[in-house]
Design a protein around this ligand. Structure first.
Ligand code: NAD
Length: 479
């Protein structure tokens, strides 16, 4: 790609008002992209373009909408390596993870293309003779999608694909750190034949365009994934204006390892959950709660992995842990490591950054961090795991539930009864038995309880709940 990346509004690539550069998290002196940043005027134009395009998109037969998504998936599939490489260069996850994420976006587009052939309503018996009573799920109108940097193509796909499939027009504001991947995604849909105005891309700083997108009178709904602070602010601004709002927020996800677990398997899964993508997943494992007799065995196995997994250039095929996305994130994660140490935590592995350039943090394991420490309670969003001993399964569950968050939780055991009890009693949107906390399948509902979401669910058929609303029709005879 040459020249500055631009916003896409009403079918045209549009210059913004100032240009910034994005750099490679592994090599911060290397520029990855120049971006021409939109202002509030262009963001507002994007909303108006979506409003204008909505009527005919809504009237387009659903299977025809699905065909466009399917073509976009095919186009993107031909480009997965190229897109994956750009994703790695701007976000820093390893090339394997980036290509895998791009493949996931392709699969999500295909899934929602398939959903356009599914029933979109129900019929009911009527109390009145000769009446046909039926319902339809109808599009909401203009949906604003606000997405984070940590899954720069999969999260946009699981918001934008269902929004479009069900007949909405979309304005998308990706995170500022990942414009290159965003442009790839939009280009595939344009080349697939999406009519102008149906999807608009706003590359702007949140300070410049956030408020107008959240409060614009022509916006009907906002689907947001990101931090709790920003998500709750979006909710406070948009709900009083009557907009439908969906928030997917942070986590402090526990993995509970019971004494009867296969410790090699548990350690491998916990390490993957804690350290892959440098721990920058909302579903990352942050607290490892272990029945007392298994603490030494589990910690040793975890530490082995933390020490031996290669940290470095995310484009190198043998790298397992890439850099954090930005200098700001690096400073934040290092500060949590200092908090854990200052509060009495004992370092088992890692504990700092790699020497040299790049935002690399070594996979880090602590024990003995007090439950009240900020490191135990807040989302760290880096490759840091805290090992917490528990005297029994019941205590482990209580510790696991002792958090304001409720996104994902794992349990490792060979005991089916204890697995089922954990699945019943753990307050999390997703519970996984004998599998890492991270890693989702696209056909199931995903979202959190408590402070991890606004209560709605994304992905699978659950996406229809947010992106459509019921209409009820009473059809009677003329006389
Ligand atoms: P963030 O909240 O800083 O930003 C998210 C998005 O909001 C970005 O596009 C940002 O530009 C935009 N934004 C910021 N201020 C805004 C404003 N005032 N108005 C409108 N938009 C605004 O989050 P982030 O750092 O990009 O992402 C990391 C966070 O996302 C973590 O907390 C992580 O747990 C969470 N996350 C949650 C899920 C989930 O599904 N639950 C998935 C991935 C990430």
């Amino acid at each position: 790609m040459t020249g500055a990346l631009r916003s896409y509004v009403d079918g045209v690539w549009r210059d913004g008002v100032r240009t910034v550069v994005r750099t490679d998290p592994a090599h911060p002196s290397t520029v990855v992209a120049e971006v021409s940043l939109a202002d509030a005027v262009l963001a507002s134009a994007a909303v108006l373009a979506a409003r204008k395009a909505f009527a005919s998109w809504r009237a387009t037969p659903a299977p025809a909408r699905g065909e466009i998504l399917r073509r976009a998936a095919d186009l993107m599939e031909h480009q997965v390596e190229n897109i994956g490489r750009d994703l790695t260069r701007e976000e820093g996850k390893t090339i394997g993870e980036a290509i895998g994420e791009t493949r996931r976006a392709v699969a999500i587009l295909r899934y929602y293309a398939g959903q356009t052939l599914e029933p979109d309503g129900e019929t009911y018996p009527s109390a009145t003779p000769d009446f046909l009573l039926y319902t339809k799920r109808e599009a909401l109108g203009v949906v604003v999608a606000i997405t984070p940097w940590n899954f720069p193509i999969a999260i946009p796909a699981w918001k934008i694909a269902p929004a479009l499939a069900y007949g909405n027009a979309v304005v998308w504001k990706p995170a500022e750190l990942v414009p290159l991947t965003a442009v790839h995604f939009v280009q595939a849909l344009i080349e697939a034949g999406l009519p102008e105005g149906v999807l608009n891309l706003v590359l702007g700083s949140s300070a410049d365009v956030g408020n107008v997108l959240v409060t614009h009178p022509d916006v009907d709904a906002i689907t947001f994934t990101g931090s709790n602070a920003v998500g709750r602010a979006v909710q406070r601004a948009a709900i009083p204006l009557g907009k439908k709002v969906q928030l997917e927020l942070g986590g402090k996800n526990p993995a509970v390892v019971l004494a009867d677990a296969d410790l090699d398997h548990a350690a491998e899964q916990v390490a993957r959950g804690a350290f892959l993508s440098a721990g920058q997943k909302c579903t990352a494992t942050s607290r490892v709660i272990v029945e007392r007799s298994a603490v030494a065995g589990l910690s040793e196995r975890l530490a082995e992995r933390a020490r031996s997994w290669k940290v470095g250039d995310p484009l190198a095929p043998d790298t397992i842990v890439g850099p954090l996305v930005s200098d700001e994130r690096l400073k934040s994660v290092l500060s949590y490591i200092e908090v854990a140490k200052a509060d009495g935590g004992r370092l088992v592995a890692g504990g700092g950054r790699l020497d040299g350039e790049g935002h690399f943090v070594r996979p880090t394991i602590f024990t003995d961090v007090p439950a009240a420490s900020r490191a135990s309670r807040e989302e760290i969003f880096g490759p840091v795991a805290l090992v917490v001993p528990a005297e029994s399964g019941a205590e482990a569950l209580a510790i696991a539930n002792d958090t304001p968050f409720g996104l994902v939780a794992s349990l490792f055991t060979r005991d089916l009864g204890r697995a089922l009890a954990f699945a019943r009693d753990m307050r999390a949107g997703v519970v996984k038995i004998n599998q890492e906390t991270a890693g989702l399948e696209l056909q199931l509902p995903f979202g959190g309880t408590k402070d991890s979401s606004s209560g709605s669910r994304e992905q699978g058929k659950a996406a229809r709940e947010f992106f459509t609303e019921w209409k009820t029709i009473y059809l009677g005879p003329p006389g």
